[in-house]
Write a new protein. Structure first.
Lengths: 571, 221
């Protein structure tokens, strides 16, 4: 009997026959079944090295392996018995692993309530739409609604080609985005970038009240041509179109003279009109919007919605009334269709005005389909981050867009473009609405993924007030090293007014615990004047001080050692 | 829908299928032979014809039994679930577009897997999305009960297994997954990988040896 530590030359044959059901291996074709070993093995060659040579069975000698001799060998050989047991356990573990991965995927993608059948149907439907859109795009008719030749045309009309945003093949043949509005788009982007500059240089970086005003500037096309009177409740609209719109609504006028979609969109954008009128105009536009058709009225409507913010009660009311209605098809499909050219643009040209407006509206509308498409888009187009973060700084979503932002951050970390650090947190969460941070705290409490909790903690450092101090302090003392370091880094980004109440705790000269040292590190990184004596006591060099303030989370453990051993607790 | 791992759990598949082997039925205890037909059934052929004519519902019916397996293999290539889903969707798009050319001579499952494997072999598109999450601290059990502990151990094994599989070559990983999870025989694996049966066999055995070398201490009772 062989010892288990030894290798047996027949193990591969045993596994092939008894585990993989390789009957040809077990056929004794030559009558020589004394070894069960391949000639190559006997010569000392390793079989895999010659795999690409496509050797046949006879060359490798599998024909020499006899089933009866292998069975007899298996009874006697402990090495093969053990290898067979392990291989069976491995196969079972792989199968269980695959089953668990798929179950996790289903739960993450759709929640536990939905079945595999529904999920599979959604997958196939999306693929069908994307495939059909690819065909439609290849013949140049998907976005314009022009018919294609053959049976594909019918299918394009049926499925609207909206999900093609997920298909690279479809995008390869998709028509380029219209460039006629390139100048306007550029000005819009410049506006967005200038707002970013303002945000970065007006006070504390986490101040949400400043950034909340960072809405996209109103497009010139949507600007009203006349001003309303002082009485905003008046029904005497400043535009001729508004008057005809009112008549059409009340059934007094000729419907043939009802305002065009462009005029309705201008009404929606008219900040001097009453919210009721603007909402009615928007609803009228929504009713008239047709699936998979792109018209100037819908473009103007999206531009008007994108230009609205939540700075005034009127605009909040307008967005609250209109955005939920956009979550229903067909306008959701239209939004996806408008985003499609962004994915196919390999030159990464700045999006034109209409595409930018569609992107902003899609961000504000949210929902599973739009968020998934936006996430795919942001994986390919990192240059759109500024527009995305600005578009989400508007209190129109219940989750504040936090789920989307966390997912995008995770994607960037996955492809190595970002790290889990305060800079990335500021990139995504700077100036987000309070709802976003409420969602982040919920994710922090419910998540079982350490990296996700770290990202949540770093995001909480962007709140800009003292509301998250207790939460960060609790996580700093949680005992989980990486999360404690993340909480420390997040605390360091809070304003000084929020950090000063922590000074008595940090001055405590107790057991010199790591969490106390981390708290002091946070106060030092924040640049608090009261922390200067601690730095002086450690007698750090200029370079070390710079490292203390700028080094990534992974070095925090080292810094804790400086604080614990460098005399910082001597005060 | 047939899920990945069913072969292991469902012992009813451990029966002989006429025409798939040359050994008598009393040899069945030693092997898990290919349990699925290699060509389309009449029902599948009907769905195929309707799907080729543009019937989306028939396309769904045709693919429904294979979706979980396709997703499981995609997850083997892309640990990030979203990339995996993208890969599956791209596979389905390619399948949809290639459906008119599919005659049904080969098994639909083999055809689907072949599309997926070829797509996944494009590293610039799919293999860049391996999240760098550290092992060991991904799932902290909230309760120190037996179930939580078992769950944590299972997750640990899962992570080790994933790590070991990721160190395999593309072909070895595919071959072992198709053999262990999908229960394909060497002939089907060779059809998916477009190689000889000998090469498929050696890919499976070598992959198994490499993975076992990394995680056998976790598998031993």
């Amino acid at each position: 009997m062989k010892r288990p530590a030894e290798r047996c030359a027949r193990t591969d044959a045993v596994l092939a026959v008894h585990l993989d059901g390789d009957f040809t291996t077990g056929d004794c074709t030559t009558g020589d079944c004394t070894t069960g070993e391949t000639p190559s093995r006997r010569d000392g060659a390793r079989a895999p090295d010659r795999l690409e040579g496509e050797a046949d069975d006879a060359e490798w000698g599998w024909g020499f392996v006899c089933d009866e001799s292998l069975q007899q060998h298996l009874v006697e050989c402990t090495v093969c018995q053990l290898a067979l047991q392990r291989a069976r356990r491995l196969d079972a573990a792989l199968a269980a692993d695959a089953g668990r991965a798929v179950a996790d995927h289903l739960a993450a993608a759709t929640g536990p309530a939905r079945s595999w059948d529904e999920f599979g149907r959604a997958l196939v439907d999306r693929a069908l739409e994307a495939g059909e859109a690819a065909e439609g795009a290849a013949c140049g008719g998907s976005s314009s609604g022009a018919p294609c030749a053959g049976g594909a045309a019918d299918r394009v009309d049926r499925h609207e080609a909206a999900q093609a945003v997920t298909s690279n093949d479809a995008l390869a043949g998709a028509p380029a985005a219209p460039r006629s509005g390139a100048l306007l788009a550029a000005s819009l982007l410049i506006g967005a970038l200038s707002m970013t500059w303002l945000l970065l240089f007006t006070g504390h970086p986490g101040a949400p009240d400043v950034s909340r005003a960072a809405d996209l500037p109103a497009p010139p096309a949507a600007a009203p041509t006349a001003k309303a009177g002082a009485d905003r409740a008046s029904t005497a609209f400043p535009l001729e179109a508004a008057r005809r719109f009112s008549q059409a609504r009340e059934g007094e006028g000729d419907l043939a003279h009802a305002p065009s979609p462009e005029e309705l969109a201008a009404l929606v954008a008219d900040r001097t009109a009453t919210p009721t009128v603007r909402i009615h105009a928007g609803e009228q536009l929504l009713r008239s919007a047709r699936a998979a058709r792109r018209d100037a009225g819908t473009d103007a409507f999206l531009r008007a919605l994108a230009s609205c913010g939540d700075g005034t009660a009127d605009e909040r009311e307008l967005l609250r009334a209109l955005l939920p209605q956009l979550r229903n098809a067909p306008l959701t499909n239209q939004l996806l269709q408008r985003l499609q050219p962004l994915l196919g643009d390999e030159q990464r040209d700045p999006p034109d005005l209409d595409t930018t407006a569609a992107l902003v509206v899609a961000l504000r509308v949210g929902g599973d389909r739009l968020d998934a498409a936006l996430r795919r888009l942001l994986r390919a187009r990192t240059d759109l981050d500024t527009i995305v973060t600005h578009g989400l700084r508007c209190a129109t979503r219940d989750d504040g867009g936090a789920h989307l932002l966390l997912a995008c951050w995770q994607d960037r970390v996955a492809i190595g473009m970002q790290e889990d650090d305060p800079a990335a947190a500021l990139h995504w969460f700077h100036g987000m609405t309070p709802a976003a941070f409420v969602t982040v705290r919920q994710v922090l409490e419910s998540s079982r993924s350490a990296p996700e909790r770290v990202r949540c903690l770093l995001a909480l450092g962007c709140v800009g007030d003292a509301s998250t101090t207790a939460c960060l302090l609790a996580n700093l003392r949680s005992g989980r090293r990486l999360e404690a370091c993340a909480a420390c880094a997040a605390l360091a980004t809070l304003p000084h007014t929020a950090l000063r109440p922590l000074l008595p705790t940090a001055r405590r000269d107790g057991a010199r615990r790591s969490d106390d040292a981390l708290l002091r590190l946070a106060l030092c990184r924040a640049g608090l004047a009261e922390a200067v004596p601690w730095l002086a006591a450690m007698e750090l060099s200029e370079r070390q001080r710079q490292q203390l303030c700028e080094a990534p989370l992974t070095r925090f453990t080292e810094f804790v050692g400086w604080f614990r051993e460098g005399g910082a607790f001597a005060d | 829908m047939t899920g990945p791992g069913d072969r292991i759990r469902d012992t009813a598949h451990l029966t002989d299928v006429p025409g798939t082997g040359s050994k008598p039925a009393d040899m069945d205890l030693r092997v898990d032979k290919q349990a699925r037909p290699t060509s389309l059934t009449d029902q599948e052929r009907s769905w195929l014809l309707r799907a080729q004519a543009g019937d989306g519902a028939a396309f769904h019916q045709l693919l429904k039994p294979h979706l979980a397996g396709v997703l499981a293999l995609a997850r083997r290539y892309c640990r990030d679930p979203h990339w995996a889903e993208d890969l599956v969707q791209e596979t389905l798009v390619r399948a949809f577009r290639g459906l008119p050319g599919f005659r049904g001579d080969a098994a639909l499952r083999t055809w689907l897997f072949r599309i997926l494997v070829r797509l996944a072999a494009e590293p610039q598109r799919w293999q860049r999305a391996q999240p760098g999450e550290p092992l060991g601290d991904l799932d902290v059990p909230d309760l120190l009960d037996v179930r939580a502990e078992q769950d944590a151990m299972a997750r640990e094994l899962q992570h080790r297994l994933d790590e070991a599989m990721e160190r395999l070559t593309h072909r070895q990983r595919t071959a072992l997954h198709l053999r262990a999870v999908e229960g394909m025989d060497y002939a089907a694996i060779s059809a998916v990988l477009c190689c000889s049966q000998t090469a498929a066999r050696m890919h499976v055995l070598e992959a198994r040896r490499k993975v076992l070398a990394r995680i056998q201490e976790h598998l031993d009772p």
